[in-house]
Design a protein around this ligand. Structure first.
Ligand SMILES: [Zn+2]
Length: 413
């Protein structure tokens, strides 16, 4: 639904996603859903619709690299969430799409749903049946027998079956390939153990790249991280450095391999730290029971461990430029609508607010292969834009105060 007429969007501040601080006095002229001109005091045709947003900061629309739209993110175990019908998952997904869009996210990756749920949601948005951000869908994640998310029904063992899975998913409309390289939160799987060999992951990469599709691998286990890099996976999810004994141990050799390989990483910090719960407990701090107070202290101590690990990884050359924010929304108790939590956590690992904005826009667009169309406010790009109360290049809390969202130049919030 691109805007057919010209639209001129005015905002007190504009941060283009290319880096640095926001600039005052900028205007964006949109034509046919794309940015036609950018600057101060632009000339525009007489019939132009003018939207003056006032004292806000306009940025590129945010990108969430990791979501599970069919899951409700209400804290129930996977066994219960997956007891729902596919039809119910599509309805949950339609609601989740709206929550994310209202939070300023204009593009997201659907990172693994059951059967046709992911494809149906993408088609629903494309046809305008349901509102939602632009979607890249993986369809179903490829996993080993009994592996993480085997309930999604794309089980493959051995190189041959993995190649067949990639071909099937591409045929059904997958925009990229997601593969589970280690166990995870699915009952019966071991997150500290790799679930595929390097050769198996390599088969997925080879086949996906043949069809011009990127790959993303779920890697909690340290071993799975090594294998993903060796196999040439494009984007590594989680990257927890988890050993088989359940402990997190930084491995400088693997960090070095990651830095040299140029792999993208999406550390899904909100998921690991249970940050939503931390925020909720902190808000009620004065009223907490002793048990809740203990829980909060334990969660905060645990979060420090995880953030420290990422901080060490980001010291390696180029890693800060390869960082992709992702919520893992839908899983566990991670509700949709809170990419801001991950952005706060990235700030806590040492990124400036301006660097965080670039990670959630330009860098994320590049990581998902959409840098020609999305991720920055530049002439020729799609006019997907978000406006915040406050300046997110200086104040990280501004990411939680979305006041307007534009998709292809049309205001949708
Ligand atoms: Zn996930």
């Amino acid at each position: 639904m691109p805007a057919t007429l010209h639209t001129l969007i005015r905002a007190a501040l504009l941060a283009d996603g290319l880096g640095g601080q926001a600039h005052p006095g900028q205007e964006v002229l949109v034509r046919d859903g794309r940015i036609a001109a950018l600057g101060a005091g632009l000339a525009f045709p007489p019939e132009t619709r003018i939207i003056d947003l006032g004292p806000v900061c306009l940025t590129p629309g945010l990108i969430d690299g990791h979501t599970h739209l069919g899951l409700s993110g209400d804290g129930r175990p996977y066994a219960e969430m997956f007891a729902e019908s596919d039809e119910m998952m599509v309805l949950v997904g339609a609601r989740n799409l709206q929550l994310h869009r209202d939070a300023g996210i204009t593009t997201l990756r659907e990172h693994g749903a059951r059967n046709q749920v992911g494809f149906a949601l993408k088609e629903g948005v494309r046809r305008g049946l349901i509102p939602g951000p632009r979607l890249q869908v993986s369809g179903r994640p490829i996993t080993c027998t009994g592996g993480h998310f085997h309930m999604c029904n794309e089980v493959a063992d051995g190189e041959q079956e993995i190649r067949r899975s990639v071909r099937r998913l591409v045929h059904e409309g997958a925009d990229y390939i997601k593969i589970m390289a280690s166990g995870g939160g699915t009952a019966g799987t071991l997150p500290g153990l790799a679930s595929y060999t390097t050769a198996e992951l390599g088969a997925a990469v080879h086949e996906a790249h043949y069809f011009h599709r990127l790959t993303a691998a779920h890697c909690r286990a340290t071993d799975s991280m090594r294998r993903a890099v060796e196999a040439g996976i494009d984007l590594m999810e989680h990257a927890e450095f988890l050993d088989p004994d359940g402990e997190l141990r930084f491995d400088p050799e693997i960090a070095e391999m990651m830095a040299e390989s140029g792999i993208w990483i999406s550390p899904t910090l909100q998921a690991w730290t249970k940050y939503g719960r931390i925020v909720m407990l902190r808000e009620r701090r004065a009223l907490l029971s002793p048990a809740e107070e203990r829980e909060l202290q334990q969660l905060e101590a645990r979060a420090v461990l995880r953030l420290d690990l990422l901080r060490r990884l980001l010291d390696y050359k180029g890693m800060r430029e390869r960082l992709v924010p992702g919520t893992d929304a839908g899983a566990g108790a991670i509700a949709f609508g809170h990419l801001d939590y991950d952005l706060q956590l990235l700030h806590q690992t040492g990124l400036t607010p301006a660097e965080v904005l670039v990670a959630a826009t330009r860098i994320s667009a590049a990581a998902i292969g959409a840098e020609k169309e999305l991720g920055t406010i530049e002439v020729g790009k799609v006019a997907d834009l978000t406006a915040f109360d406050g300046d997110p290049t200086r104040d990280i809390s501004a990411f939680s105060r979305v006041v307007a969202v534009f998709q292809e130049g049309v205001r949708v919030r």
